[in-house]
Ligand binder design. Structure first.
Ligand SMILES: Cc1cc2nc3c(=O)[nH]c(=O)nc-3n(C[C@H](O)[C@H](O)[C@H](O)COP(=O)(O)OP(=O)(O)OC[C@H]3O[C@@H](n4cnc5c(N)ncnc54)[C@H](O)[C@@H]3O)c2cc1C
Length: 381
């Protein structure tokens, strides 16, 4: 067994950490206040090979493994969970189905510019009446000659306000059920009948844009179908399975930031004539936070390692996602307690970590759904 990152991965971690501190950190306050993703980061990160880093070199990506993708997301989320969300969706859910199943034409048209950060992607699955029960979606795509006509609404779509294209899941034949009747179609900004209905106001992750999208007789070329008609639900589920590991890494990053701030504050804040870290009530909290982080990190990177070995890891990916998102909620709540009133003030990053964390048990499969998946994987009927 080897629990160490390789020399290459360690160098990558240092390089990314420096980048995040130097170039992302200064953008966070304004992005959070304006609720806008700093879009200039897309071409900047694309130029450095930090977007879609897992994808093949032949399309311009760095072709790094899942472990490196997790390192990148953890470091980014350590600086800003919202910006990490925007980049995570772009580098995963928004593009991976094109990478894995798209035609060469789609790859050249959408994947290559997305890898460079010249186009921004989004993933449209959730609908007002179909969240966890995604198969209950009502969006439909009807083939008319060499076009699809799409009708429906997608809600809570990350990168939705400014995405250049969205991978949309829609029924092409409802009579066949989700497993054989759903397809994924790329809808480009500017397509007739496609619009951003509204930008959505959120509790946290404010530097990632979220929107409701409307497809009203939206007309797209039939060549924008990803892979084969009727196989879309399988593609979506595969994408979500891999996405859970990245999601866990993002939770880790926010938890790590809250933990580091708490250790520092416990050493600096004097009450009753001594640093508060000397009170056992506080030092025990910190010890527990450190342990939770360590355990979440082991689960996350173990799942990433399995993924890189091309081994089945649905159970481990779901465990990592579930556990890391519980850890980030706990750790940020304890960080708030340790920082007292100062953590509650809007000029403290602690309140941001606390608000951001609350999203992670909800997105990309809620904690309850993760329990359902893990139960199935361990053979519970
Ligand atoms: C900020 C944000 C960004 C998002 N980004 C995207 C995106 O980019 N693309 C996209 O397609 N979607 C996105 N989503 C949607 C997200 O994936 C869904 O919110 C999530 O899947 C849950 O769906 P829901 O909100 O409709 O909740 P529901 O499914 O209605 O769930 C409500 C509650 O019921 C529970 N529940 C539901 N079914 C079961 C069950 N079978 N067993 C036990 N409990 C159950 C849930 O766990 C939850 O506690 C985003 C959401 C948010 C908030």
């Amino acid at each position: 067994m080897d629990f160490d990152f390789s020399e290459e991965q360690k160098m990558f971690q240092k390089q990314v950490r420096d980048f995040c501190v130097r170039e992302v950190g200064p953008l966070v306050a304004e992005a959070e206040a304006k609720e806008e993703t700093p879009l200039q980061l897309f071409p900047r990160m694309g130029g450095l090979g930090y977007l879609c880093a897992r994808y093949p070199e032949k399309y311009g990506a760095a072709e790094m493994g899942k472990i490196s993708e997790c390192i990148l997301l953890e470091e980014l989320a350590r600086i800003c969970g919202g910006i990490a969300a925007a980049m995570m969706v772009h580098s995963g859910l928004g593009t991976s189905m094109i990478n894995e199943h798209g035609s060469e034409e789609l790859k050249q048209k959408y994947l290559v510019p997305a890898i460079k950060g010249q186009m921004i992607s989004a993933f449209g699955l959730t609908e007002p009446n179909a969240g966890s029960d995604a198969a209950n979606m009502s969006t439909k795509a009807v083939r008319q000659g060499d076009h699809y006509i799409i009708n429906g609404n997608k809600i809570f779509i990350t990168n939705g306000p400014y995405a250049d294209f969205v991978c949309v899941a829609a029924y092409t034949d409802k009579s066949k059920g989700a497993s054989k009747g759903v397809s994924v179609i790329v809808v480009e900004k500017g397509s007739p009948g496609y619009s951003v209905a509204r930008k959505m106001d959120k509790l946290g992750n404010r530097s990632a844009g979220t929107a409701e999208l409307v497809f009203d007789n939206c007309r797209v070329p039939a060549s924008n179908l990803v892979g084969e008609e009727g196989k879309g639900f399988r593609y979506v589920m595969e994408t979500l399975d891999g996405g859970r590991i990245a999601h866990a890494a993002r939770s880790l990053g926010v938890a790590q930031a809250a933990f580091e701030a708490s250790v520092k504050y416990s050493n600096e804040r004097i009450q009753f004539g001594q640093p508060i870290g000397k009170f056992q009530a506080i030092s025990f909290k910190l010890a527990r936070m450190a342990m939770q982080l360590e355990a979440a990190r082991c689960l996350t990177y173990y799942a990433a390692w399995l993924y890189d070995q091309k081994r089945r890891c649905l159970k481990e990916a779901s465990m990592a996602k579930l556990f890391a998102s519980e850890v980030v909620v706990d750790v940020t709540a304890e960080a708030m307690e340790i920082h007292g009133g100062y953590g509650y003030m809007m000029d403290s990053p602690i309140q941001r970590y606390y608000r951001d964390a609350r999203l992670y048990p909800i997105t990309e499969g809620t904690s309850e759904i993760m329990h359902v998946v893990i139960s199935r994987e361990i053979g519970v009927p």
